[in-house]
Design a protein. Structure first.
Length: 173
């Protein structure tokens, strides 16, 4: 059996990649409230108040698109579960790839730098907060050569603290 574990990682705290800290697993769902109930009943997790975000995101080949995205995170961590429900026709709409495990969210300090490094290793950018010329914005979705979708997300400018307050019961925005 091959050992894929990182040296020195004991399983406590946030799992780390050499380019960031894993902080959530994103699951695309057809019904956010039903998925919350199902996971609460099956594994006993609690949820943040759902937040609807008016998205304006950039994708290679298509440019910018606007749509609504509703998300909710488990309050338990350190690796949280994120449920995503996108409006019809948007990137996160379940008709665009189906429901199920979608991505691994990773806190990073420099989205542009991380994406440049990952693209140089064969990763492909699928979606971003802005164009490459503008540093991709505060997040991207980038697919590994093996097919795993990662979300490098900026942990700067109070983002981590805002999420911590959300996990504790405050509103995200």
């Amino acid at each position: 059996m091959t050992d894929f574990s990182a040296p020195g990682v004991s399983g406590l705290g946030l799992p780390a990649l050499d380019w960031g800290e894993v902080f959530h697993m994103g699951i695309r769902v057809t019904d956010l409230e039903a998925a919350q109930r199902e996971l609460t009943d099956s594994i006993g997790v609690r949820w943040t108040t759902p937040a609807t975000i008016p998205m304006k995101a950039w994708a290679p080949g298509t440019g910018f698109q606007s749509y609504d995205l509703t998300i909710s995170f488990t309050t338990e961590g350190p690796v949280h579960i994120e449920l995503l429900h996108g409006s019809p026709g948007g990137y996160h709409d379940v008709s665009n790839g189906g429901a199920g495990l979608h991505h691994i969210g990773v806190w990073v300090d420099d989205v542009a730098k991380v994406n440049q490094e990952l693209v140089a290793q064969g990763y492909t950018v699928e979606l971003a907060g802005d164009t490459p010329e503008k540093g991709y914005g505060s997040f991207t979705y980038v697919r590994s050569p093996g097919g795993v979708l990662f979300e490098p997300e900026s942990g700067l400018h109070g983002s981590k603290e805002r999420f911590e307050r959300w996990y504790a019961g405050e509103n995200l925005f």
